[in-house]
Design a protein. Structure first.
Length: 447
């Protein structure tokens, strides 16, 4: 199809944002805009933003300054900010710094065509209203930067957990679950188009809860997960993210029953100290979390585990920090996303607590967390040497076109020589693990 105009989009932050950009692309396609990989050619440049950490916001500001310079050469070009920074910084972006023409929050993407029309007349166009209903269930996302094998499918939006450090409930609104039939339809379409893996996405997938009014039936996350797994045994299913308080035995047993549901759970802990967890409003204790890890591994001994960890939250002592390190040792995560705390305006922590840990202390503690995780990752990978794992081929290895790369059920990256085999991207293959690094398993194909 020939498009009259071109748009360029960059996404930052969580997978939900990347998924949202695919919804935006679909809306724009339906309104005469085609994607371009070069922002200098675009009539419309969009940044889908993240507010979780200060660094992400700084990156976006730098990009906006760059686009602003390009706009001086191409006055007709429009610049827009989407996503989580939109609500928080709309005044700054539009009036004070005059960096953008359009500001759109995560629940208002359907209004983009109208806002573009407004901006083309020289008006500043804004819609950051949050919705209790919007799930974009009827929009078929346009897969951007896709490998053609794996895809994200959004199952819910928003979050009801008021973690004191987190801005998501304020930027993405309350939880609402997407119609289960539309999720299954999207997964089937992906399979028919050759995709072999879907990741069900939500800020808190385990609290998925949808009422099918036609049959007066409640669909829980475990039921949805099973329905997606039953589409086809050749379709792998992953999910992210789980809140420790919501992941149920029903979900764990569903994972065990279906070989195509990957044996991997991302279970953010944030801190290993009960005192800090209470300040964070995480609603569980250290002991409760450790019992949840025990339960997962009792039901699925081969389950891969990963986490999110924050160093240097308000009032964190050396003792609290040691609690985090010892919890990591106990859980033996395969990998973690690790950050030091940066206060976000508008959060409960910003209102209630003083960000009182010096930056050098935060950085030192983070460094200790990262070093420990690197050691754990290497240990866990070494335990896989000698095992045979099923790998879904996602494409060429980053370092060599002579090697394939893919992931195991436990979400570990596996790299192995193509050799004389006739496998292609999207195939499942048995790989014997011969060696590893801290981040990658290295192996050979077993016929």
């Amino acid at each position: 199809m020939e498009y009259q105009k071109k748009f360029y989009i960059e996404s930052y932050g969580c997978q939900m944002n990347f998924s949202d950009s695919e919804i935006v692309a679909s809306i724009l396609n339906d309104n005469g805009f085609g994607a371009t990989p070069n922002y200098r050619d675009a009539d419309l440049v969009l940044l889908n933003t993240c507010s979780i950490r200060e660094k992400a916001e700084q990156t976006v500001r730098n990009r906006l300054q760059l686009f602003r310079q390009v706009k001086e050469e191409r006055p007709g070009m429009l610049i827009g900010v989407l996503g989580c920074m939109a609500e928080r910084l709309k005044g700054k972006f539009l009036e004070e710094e005059q960096l953008v023409d359009i500001v759109v929050g995560p629940d208002a993407y359907r209004t983009l065509p109208g806002l573009i029309g407004e901006a083309e007349t020289g008006q500043k166009a804004v819609n950051v209203h949050l919705s209790r209903e919007e799930t974009y269930a009827d929009i078929s996302p346009v897969r951007l930067d896709s490998n053609g094998v794996t895809a994200f499918v959004s199952i819910m939006r928003g979050c009801n957990n008021m973690c004191s450090f987190c801005v998501v409930p304020f930027t993405r609104g309350r939880e609402r679950s997407r119609d289960a039939a539309s999720i299954l339809r999207e997964c089937r379409e992906l399979l028919n188009r050759g995709y072999k893996e879907v990741t069900l996405l939500g800020q808190n997938v385990d609290s998925y809860y949808w009422i099918d009014e036609a049959s007066d039936r409640v669909v829980t996350f475990a039921m949805l997960l099973e329905s997606v797994a039953l589409i086809d045994p050749a379709l792998r299913v992953r999910f992210s993210t789980s809140h420790p308080k919501d992941i149920t035995d029903e979900v764990l047993h569903t994972m065990v029953r279906h070989p195509n549901i990957c044996k991997y759970i991302h279970l953010p802990v944030q801190s290993g100290s009960t005192r800090v967890l209470q300040l964070m409003n995480r609603t569980y204790t250290r002991e409760w979390y450790l019992a949840k890890i025990d339960r997962i591994l009792a039901v699925m001994p081969d389950c891969g585990l990963s986490s999110d960890i924050i160093a240097g939250f308000c009032t964190e002592t050396e003792e609290d920090h040691k609690d985090t390190l010892s919890l990591m040792e106990y859980a033996r995560y395969d990998m973690s996303y690790m950050f030091f705390y940066s206060e976000r305006p508008g959060t409960l922590a910003a209102r209630r607590y003083q960000d009182d840990i010096p930056e050098e202390t935060k950085k030192r503690r983070l460094d200790e967390i990262v070093r420990l995780q690197n050691r754990l990752s290497l240990q866990k990978n070494r335990e896989d040497i000698g095992k045979t794992v099923e790998v879904l081929i996602e494409g060429d290895s980053k370092k060599s076109t002579e090697d394939w790369r893919g992931r195991s059920s436990q979400n570990k990256v596996v790299v192995f020589p193509k050799g004389n085999h006739s496998y292609r991207k999207g195939d499942y293959v048995q790989v014997k693990v011969n060696d590893c690094t801290g981040a990658t398993l290295l192996g050979t194909i077993i016929e």
